[in-house]
Design a protein around this ligand. Sequence first.
Ligand code: HPA
Length: 264
Amino acid sequence: MSAAVATLAVIGGTGMDRWPSLKPERELTLDTDYGAPSAPLLLGRVQGVPVLFLARHGRAHELAPHRINYRANLKALANCGVHTVIAISAVGGIARWLAPGSLCVPSDLVDYTWGRAHSFYSGGGAQAPDRGLRHIEFTEPYAARVRRELLRAASTRDMDVTDGGVMGVTQGPRLETAAEIRRLQRDGCDMVGMTGMPEAALAAELGMEYACLALSVNWAAGLADGPIHDQIDTVLARCMARADAILAAALPALRAQDARRDGD
Ligand code: HPA
C-alpha cells in the first residue's frame, strides 16, 4: 500500500478486541513480508480523526501472546502510513499504586519473553527480507510525545492516570507464580503483562512513536487472595470505558501534531 491511510493507530489488547467508539468505514485485509497481521485493520474515525484499529489477539481473541505475529502487525500499520501507535494493554498490578481499576502510562519495561520474532534486523535472509543488521537504541521504549498526550487527555477528563511505571513482559499464556512476581518486584517492575514486547521494540525499529496505556485488571499472582480471574472479569469493562474516553480526548491533539509535521 503506498498512499497513507492514517497516521494514527490503536492496538487493542485483552478486553478490546473491538473498539465500540470506532465506526469502521473500511476493513483492510493485508499481507506483509512477515505474514498477515492478527486481524484485518479497521479504518474509521473517532472524534473526526482517521484512525486504524488492530485487534492484537485477533477478532475472536484467538491468538495467545506468544503466537501473535508482532512483526506483521507493526509492518502492516507502517505500510498504511502509521507513525503514531497507542497500545492498550491489560496488566496485573505489582506496585501498591496500581490497584485493579487503576490506569497508567508506563515509562519503561523489562523483557522476559523468549522465542518470539523480536526484530526486523536479524541480519538478512528469509527471516528478514528487507533489512540487514542494526542495533537500535531503546533507552526509552515509549515515545515522550505520545505519553504526554495520553496523560494530558486523562487530565482533561479528570481521570487519575499515573505517569510512569515499569512494565515486566512475561511469556504467558499462563499467569505467573507468586515467586516470579516477587522476582519482578525485585527487578523494579510495577506491572506485568504479556504483549508489550516485542511490540514496542518493533515499533521503534520502524521509526514509529509508540506508547502504552496500561489498565490494571488484577493484582499480580500472590499479591491478593482468591482467583485472579474473578478480579479481571469485574474490573476489565470499567477500565475499558476509561481507556475509551482517554483515546477520544488524545486523538485530536495527536492528529493535529501529525498534520503540522506532515504539512497538511
Ligand atoms: N500477568 C500477566 N499478564 C496480565 C496479567 C497478569 O497478572 N493481568 C493481565 N495481563
